[in-house]
Design a protein around this ligand. Structure first.
Ligand code: 3H9
Length: 719
């Protein structure tokens, strides 16, 4: 809806009303059409101001309407009518003007923004392009290179940058609506021809072809298979090379392709899923809306290795006081230097002062006695972590939340080392912890809802996508990674190369395939875990067949590489070779290929041709199958939780929505059929055996993802 009033005698004030972000729903669009008509036909009104209620101009088209039959007046003619008006129309931009919201403002004759406002055309992040004239008006207003940057990245700019670029005409620190009304009065009756952006010629850079080729190449590379950024470039090219009307036709045509694409569905699903995961629930019925978090002002980090340093930076940048504890003098000094460097670089990027004085360093764990929350980030060793938790239990004041940054160890076991297990949760950060967006908040059977709520809120404050998950080996992310990596190893045994597997996964959209990723994070990490699980034994296995462990197929390939000191990038050798230790450019390694051949020969394995499809099906469906098991076990509350963990923590391409969404897109029946096929071929691989929830969903007619929770509930009630 839109409210109409006349202010200061001669200004028609139109206020968009659709909380929380004044999205352009059918009712709002109708409201705008009606109120603009009213203002233009009222002889007392000499100029018009459009603003949004509750301090936000407009968050763009109503994304919820996209999946349904769209009704109501379309945006394009509505914006044209505003631009063609014979009275000046001024946009008063507070809060956000995004997507269709900014396009509406670009149709106005003037734009005045509050200094704290943010503007942008983020349609590309939803698998779309700005199709209400944004791709045609913005380049005409600010030039092709700047418009390409904003439209292909979807980034939001500050009011100051918008002013500098020429997107807005004025910025105010005071009431934007008052400033806009005053401004509207001052321009009443003035000619408007020079204010209609669609009539501007588009500035044509002299090196137009080279510019677009360069941008297109860059966009294709970073898009990793996403089609919207490419379409955005094509639309802006039309603005630069064709008259406005034809450019608009091209914009419409490109949007039509994007609008119905699976990628747009996936990206819009991610938009809502990203927000939905904050509405967490636990199997015992505890929920986000009935659990009150406790404020955290002062936190401590124990252990200043890579993870501890990143966590310290993230906490300090959030504005908390942090006590950073490291018992080794040398480590402490190194950490202090590294943390200060990270804070300084981050502050420089954001144009703020570094939060160096928020951190105090100590070698003595007693220093954490009066904090509100501790995050333990010592070496991943249960014995050591247990000791730290016992110490914390006796040092910290009552009520202190004790969190562990373990990536796989039993949170409940650690909780049992304390007098108050209800105060213990896992906070599983991802490296580098001050950069990566994902946080798994792991609750054990005894964690209190308040502890979970507090960790979730702290995560949100730190700018993380926090997902609450149950306690099991590997939690959600790493648990699903296991079958994925296992399949990749098996594919090598059967005839694939690391290059072939990685290429298939990278073409799918992962930034790195499994082997390049493993080289980056270090092969020794998994080796240590496998040793801990009793799977890997250095040297010859004692009497047991090399390729069977605990009654199931096992590949010792990773262990064999580690035994040779091939730990990946850090040693200059892993699944690939590198120029020198620490180098990042992976090169194919002939040694590795002959090693694989020798290995196959030793074990009587005959290499066969493996294609991309098999790589994707085996790796991804095994991972997805484990995702269904996680849902079945109640470790994740819903498929959105799993998907956001994979999108934000494991490089799953966002335009494919996450593994569970992807399974729905492929068709649950097909995933089931392929898993069955592969399980028949590899009966000694339990991860390939379709789990009962998948069977159940297929038997229930493969309902859409938002209905899975009902099937899961039924399954649980029958157990
Ligand atoms: C477009 O405009 C296409 C055009 O070119 C036209 C083509 C013809 N629609 O993020 P928050 C909901 S495409 C519907 O938590 P914040 C959101 O789901 C659109 N709902 O708040 C959430 O609901 P819930 C281009 C929307 O203050 C609630 O509002 N526009 C929309 O942290 C609060 O959201 C965009 O991509 C929407 N457009 O951030 C902008 N926007 O409470 C998307 C939000 O149930 N929006 N919701 O979970 C944003 O980036 C942020 O929401 C914004 C506010 C910065 C505005």
């Amino acid at each position: 809806m839109a409210k109409y009033s006349r202010v200061s005698g001669s200004v028609g004030l139109i206020t968009l009303q659709n909380p929380p972000v004044n999205a352009l729903s059918a009712a709002v669009r109708q409201g705008i059409v009606d109120t603009v008509e009213r203002a233009l036909s009222d002889p007392k009104v000499k100029s018009v101001v459009i603003c949004g209620q509750n301090g936000i101009f407009c968050g763009g088209a109503d994304i919820k309407e996209f999946g349904s039959n769209m009704s109501g007046p379309p945006l394009v003619p509505m914006i044209h009518a505003i631009e063609a008006a014979n009275k000046p129309v001024v946009a008063a931009i507070e809060g956000s003007a995004l997507g269709g919201g900014l396009e509406l403002a670009l149709g106005c004759h003037y734009r005045i923004a509050h200094s704290k406002a943010r503007l942008g055309l983020p349609e590309v992040t939803l698998g779309l392009l700005p199709a209400a004239g944004g791709t045609q008006r913005l380049p005409r207003l600010i030039g092709v290179p700047a418009a390409l940057d904003l439209i292909t990245t979807g980034r939001h700019v500050t009011a100051a940058e918008a002013l500098q670029l020429g997107v807005v005409d004025q910025v105010t620190d005071h009431s934007t609506v008052d400033a806009a009304v005053k401004f509207a009065q001052s321009v009443a009756g003035k000619p408007l021809d020079a204010r209609r952006i669609s009539t501007y010629p588009c500035p044509r850079p002299s090196d137009l072809d080279a510019l677009f080729e360069g941008v297109m190449e860059k966009v294709r590379q970073s898009a990793r298979g996403a089609i919207a950024p490419v379409a955005c470039v094509q639309a802006v090219r039309a603005a630069a090379t064709q008259p406005y009307t034809q450019g608009m036709e091209r914009e419409k045509e490109l949007m039509a392709t994007l609008f119905t694409s699976g990628q747009a569905r996936a990206l819009q699903y991610c938009f809502f899923a990203q927000r939905a995961v904050s509405r967490w629930s636990m199997p015992n019925g505890a929920r986000w809306d009935t659990s009150k978090p406790r404020p955290v002002h002062k936190a401590a980090v124990i252990g200043l290795g890579t993870m501890g340093r990143g966590i310290t930076v993230a906490l300090a940048q959030t504005g908390l006081s942090v006590i950073a504890v490291e018992t080794q003098e040398k480590q402490l000094m190194e950490a202090k230097q590294a943390v200060s460097g990270m804070l300084e670089r981050g502050a420089k990027r954001r144009g703020v002062a570094p939060a160096l004085d928020r951190i105090s360093y100590s070698r003595d764990i007693q220093a954490v006695a009066d904090v509100d929350l501790v995050i333990e980030a010592v070496f991943e060793d249960m014995g050591l972590k247990k000791k730290v938790f016992q110490q914390l239990a006796s040092i910290c004041r009552p009520g202190t939340f004790l969190c562990t940054n373990t990536s796989a160890l039993d949170v409940d076991h650690l909780a049992s080392q304390t007098h108050n297990p209800e105060l213990v949760v896992g906070m599983h950060f991802f490296a580098p912890a001050h950069v990566m967006k994902l946080l798994e908040v792991v609750y054990g059977p005894r964690s209190s809802p308040q502890a979970v709520a507090t960790a979730m809120q702290l995560g949100k404050k730190m700018g993380k996508i926090s997902v609450a998950v149950g306690n099991c080996p590997g939690f959600v992310g790493n648990r699903m990674l296991k079958p994925y990596m296992e399949q990749a190893f098996f594919l090598l045994e059967e005839g694939a190369t690391p290059e072939l597997v990685d290429r298939a996964l990278e073409e799918f959209g992962f930034p790195m395939g499994v082997f390049r990723m493993s080289d980056l994070s270090g092969l020794d990490v998994g080796w240590r875990v496998r040793k801990g699980d009793g799977l890997s034994e250095p040297g010859a296995p004692s009497g047991q067949p090399a390729r069977i462990r605990q009654g199931r197929r096992y590949s010792p390939l990773g262990d064999l590489l580690c035994e040779q000191g091939r730990f990946g990038q850090k040693t200059g050798r892993g699944w690939y070779q590198y120029n020198k230790p620490g180098s990042r450019v992976a090169r194919s390694d002939p040694w590795l290929h002959s090693f694989l051949e020798g290995y196959r020969a030793r074990h009587g394995l005959v290499a066969r041709r493996i294609d991309n499809q098999e790589v994707l099906e085996r790796c991804l469906y095994a991972l997805i199958n484990e995702g269904f098991r996680i849902l079945e076990d109640g470790i994740a509350a819903g498929p959105e939780d799993i998907d956001m963990i994979y999108v934000f923590g494991y490089g799953w391409p966002r335009h494919r929505g996450g593994p569970m969404f992807y399974a729905g897109m492929v068709g649950l029946g097909k995933v089931l059929e392929r898993l069955e096929h592969y399980h028949q071929a590899h009966p000694d691989v339990p991860y390939l055996k379709p789990c009962s929830l998948l069977w159940r969903l297929v038997a229930s007619g493969s309902p859409p993802l938002h209905k899975w929770r009902e099937v899961i509930k039924k399954l649980h009630s029958q157990l």
